[in-house]
Design a protein around this ligand. Structure first.
Ligand code: TRP
Length: 448
């Protein structure tokens, strides 16, 4: 019944797609905002530690299970199970992943839609269409529905084209452009007054800021940023050829993701202080960062305005960058339910994509219409509860349920001498014990 499975045509193709999934609004918007509101450099240090010590091992669990099973999360977890009970929990976690991936996409598409609207705004300005400018930057339901629809449509077009022609081709094109744009913007912003204060906050740690709240924020950010828990990386792993070394590719993806988040901080934090220098209020009297989701959308356009006409082009570059980063991430989320629909329900890709895409768009629309009650709730349920809990499930499957000899055999493909490496000496125990305990401890604290 199953349709022929797609596969990435090259190492680079997989790397671009997986890094493209990881790098998104979470890096350029989420990470710098969280760093700014959790004590700057202290948060950055904890985040870096957690990314390598917690998120990387969890990423390896997903990639290895995915490449071994060559199936979506539901079937993959069932396949490595040993009896009816673990099979049941495998299905449960798999469906949980599909649900959470869809929920994450439903709010992600809204925020990405804002980015598309802000990309359109400078064009309207150039043509002197002031009514359009107001509509594009105002927060009306009509605007949000329109641009979420546009963004969702783009996501569906790429996914309908499949793994090699859609996901791989677009990621390989979009990822490098993103890095170049980012570097150019940093070079620009660092010449502006106020930028150095931002750099200091970002780079000089003051460890008196350490707190459980900071720890949980950093862990959640690491999980979100590496697209973990919902089967995104599992499904990308399932399209990966067996000639590649998984630990190496996983490490590269982690490095790229962390590297771009860190680089984005070099842009956003200085930009915040430049905006402050120019008269925009970014911190309240009590020292709290004012805008959450609104930060980039208030502070940065204000910053671009101070640049005169050149600011219009900088704004175009910046929001183009945001849209690009969001697209390579949203396609990886949509692929999760789409792969399930193709493989388990036997629906062809070209039909499965609009079907699933429209359901998720319906959820997005519901959130838009009830924004104040639903937006924060969906973000919190999916990223603060769903992702960490599913992450624990994946680590338990990789560490306790899956037969160790099969796990080793899978990792040996593309990495002959894996048994002699530090990776094999540490990682199996690490996903077994340290990862679940760390996640559950942090999770318990956040619930209490
Ligand atoms: N990691 C992406 C970002 O930082 C978002 C993302 C893509 C994601 N796929 C995911 C988050 C799966 C959670 C789960 O923007």
């Amino acid at each position: 019944m199953s349709a022929p499975r797609g596969q990435f045509s090259s190492n680079i193709g997989f790397l671009m797609a997986a890094a493209g999934s990881a790098v998104g609004l979470g890096n350029i918007w989420g990470f710098p905002t969280k760093a700014a509101s959790n004590g700057g450099a202290a948060f950055v240090v904890v985040y870096l530690l957690l990314a390598f010590l917690l998120a990387y091992p969890a990423l390896m669990a997903e990639l290895t299970i995915g490449r071994h099973a060559r199936r979506n999360m539901v079937q993959a977890l069932r396949e490595i199970s040993i009896g009816p009970i673990s099979r049941f929990f495998g299905s449960l976690a798999g469906f949980g992943g599909i649900l959470v991936a869809s929920l994450i996409l439903s709010f992600y598409a809204i925020v990405a839609g804002w980015m598309v609207a802000h990309l359109a705004e400078p064009f309207a300005s150039l043509f002197g269409a002031s009514g359009a400018v107001e509509w594009l930057t105002g927060n009306s339901t009509a605007r949000n529905l329109t641009f979420t629809a546009i963004f969702s449509g783009l996501t569906m077009l790429i996914i309908a084209a499949g793994v090699e022609k859609g996901i791989e081709r677009w990621s390989t094109l979009l990822m490098p452009s993103l890095i170049i744009l980012l570097l150019l913007l940093i070079a620009y912003v660092l010449t502006q007054p106020g930028a150095v204060t931002g750099l200091e906050v970002y780079l000089m740690p003051d460890f008196s800021h350490l707190s459980p709240k900071l720890l949980i924020a950093a862990m959640g950010q690491a999980f979100f940023s590496l697209s973990l828990g919902v089967g995104t990386m599992l499904i990308y792993g399932s399209y990966l050829s067996q000639q590649e070394s998984l630990p190496r590719l996983g490490a590269l993806v982690t490095l790229i993701d962390v590297g771009i988040a860190f680089t984005a901080g070099l842009l956003i934090l200085p930009a915040m202080y430049v905006a402050q220098e120019a008269g925009t209020q970014i911190f309240s009297e009590s020292g709290e960062l004012i805008a959450g989701p609104g930060l980039i959308l208030q502070v940065l356009p204000a910053l671009f305005d101070t640049m005169g006409t050149a600011g219009l082009f900088v704004a175009i570059a910046f929001f183009a960058l945001m849209v690009i980063a969001s697209l390579t991430s949203s396609i990886s989320m949509l692929e999760v339910p789409v792969a399930f629909t193709i493989e388990n329900l036997g629906v062809p890709r070209r039909l499965a994509t609009p079907l699933v895409g429209l359901i998720i768009f319906a959820i997005s629309s519901t959130i838009i219409v009830n924004f104040d009650t639903l937006f924060g709730l969906v973000v919190s349920i999916s990223t603060e509860y769903g992702q960490p809990l599913l992450g624990v499930a994946l680590c338990v499957f990789a560490g306790w349920i899956w037969r160790r000899d099969q796990l080793l055999a899978e990792l040996k493909k593309g990495h002959e001498n894996i048994e002699q490496t530090l990776f094999w000496k540490i990682w199996p125990w690490y996903v077994r014990i340290v990862c679940p305990l760390l996640i559950l401890t942090a999770f318990a604290q956040s619930v209490m």
